[in-house]
Design a binder for this molecule. Structure first.
Ligand SMILES: NC(=O)c1ccc[n+]([C@@H]2O[C@H](COP(=O)([O-])OP(=O)(O)OC[C@H]3O[C@@H](n4cnc5c(N)ncnc54)[C@H](OP(=O)(O)O)[C@@H]3O)[C@@H](O)[C@H]2O)c1
Length: 285
């Protein structure tokens, strides 16, 4: 049996849809069915269901809120929750697939360079720090683990940048978007496929980076999403965009090297193709 945590999130829902198609047996849980911060509930769940594989998608993901009023919840879900899951997985000799983030890096990367999975982490935000701490815990607690760092996640389910841009474009004539933060967008469809692929091919345990191919700024990403919409998209710096509003500091250049993921035999679509496919998907729905 396979356990999915955070199964109502944007990645969790995509993954569950794919597991359903494969016919694999799984249990989809979220906050209301398995609160990962509740140690007893987690251990009882593992005792009752004995999952051999856990796809751990649950997380606290409100990056800006985590800087102040969400700080405690961020720590509780991302660190304490992941510790509970990691210990329960190990007690049952299972395999854990944990999703982490490019925000574990500081983004001070010279142009042309990319973060390899072994690059030094140096998070700038509370969210990045708690995910980095959770990674360490997984590495030191679980024998059979995969840590997949991903970035700029978008997909058919939940809230994300693509949907926000499309919604804003339907009510505004002009949009300003941050142009001095560079990274790699990731379609949940590609990421969920990769999670299942790692298990199928019995890839070596360890840390992987997975996003779509290609590099973009948020401005490039928005301009592509809205290229056939009647809206003017203008580039601004992060400083101009946020002004005095409290916000988490994000990495300026968090381009992750995808070589290790590709060496497992996984084909990664470019972010532009992925974005086009995702927009088609939500337009059909
Ligand atoms: N979104 C991104 O751009 C991005 C980028 C890099 C990495 N990631 C990582 O990718 C993974 C999936 O992210 P996502 O975008 O799918 O996030 P998401 O949409 O926010 O989903 C997270 C899910 O976790 C659930 N959850 C929160 N607290 C929980 C708890 N105590 N017990 C059980 N479930 C709980 C949430 O439920 P409620 O909604 O009920 O709280 C939600 O369904 C996360 O590990 C995230 O850190 C995301």
């Amino acid at each position: 049996m396979i356990l999915v945590t955070g199964a109502n999130g944007q990645l969790g829902r995509e993954l569950v849809e794919k597991l359903e198609k494969t016919g694999m047996k799984y249990i989809a849980t979220d906050y209301d069915t398995l609160d990962i911060t509740d140690e007893d509930a987690v251990f009882n769940f593992f005792e009752n269901h004995k999952p051999i594989l856990t796809f751990h998608c649950a997380a606290y993901t409100a990056v800006d809120k985590a800087e102040d009023e969400g700080k405690e919840d961020d720590y509780l879900v991302n660190v304490v929750g992941t510790k509970n899951i990691a210990r329960a997985v190990q007690k049952n000799y299972g395999t854990l697939v944990f999703i982490s983030t490019d925000y574990v890096f500081d983004g001070e990367l010279p142009e042309g360079e990319e973060y390899t999975p072994t690059a030094l982490t140096n998070p700038l935000s509370e969210y990045g720090r708690t995910k980095a701490e959770a990674e360490k815990m997984v590495e030191t607690t679980v024998s059979n683990y995969y840590i997949i760092r991903t970035s700029w996640v978008f997909g058919q389910y939940g809230k994300n940048f693509v949907k926000t841009m499309l919604n804003l474009a339907s009510t505004r004539d002009e949009l300003t978007v941050v142009a001095d933060e560079i990274g790699r967008p990731t379609w949940t469809d590609t990421l969920a496929d990769f999670m299942i692929h790692l298990i199928r091919v019995r890839a070596p345990h360890g840390v992987y980076h997975l996003s779509n191919e290609g590099i973009a700024s948020w401005y490039d990403f928005a301009a592509y999403i809205l290229e056939d919409k009647d809206v003017t998209v203008s580039p601004v710096t992060a400083e101009e965009f946020y002004g005095d509003r409290p916000h988490a500091v994000r990495p300026k250049r968090s381009v992750m090297d995808l070589t290790k993921a590709k060496e497992t035999g996984f084909k990664i679509p470019n972010w532009k193709r992925a974005t086009t496919e995702m927009i088609k998907q939500i337009e059909i729905d």
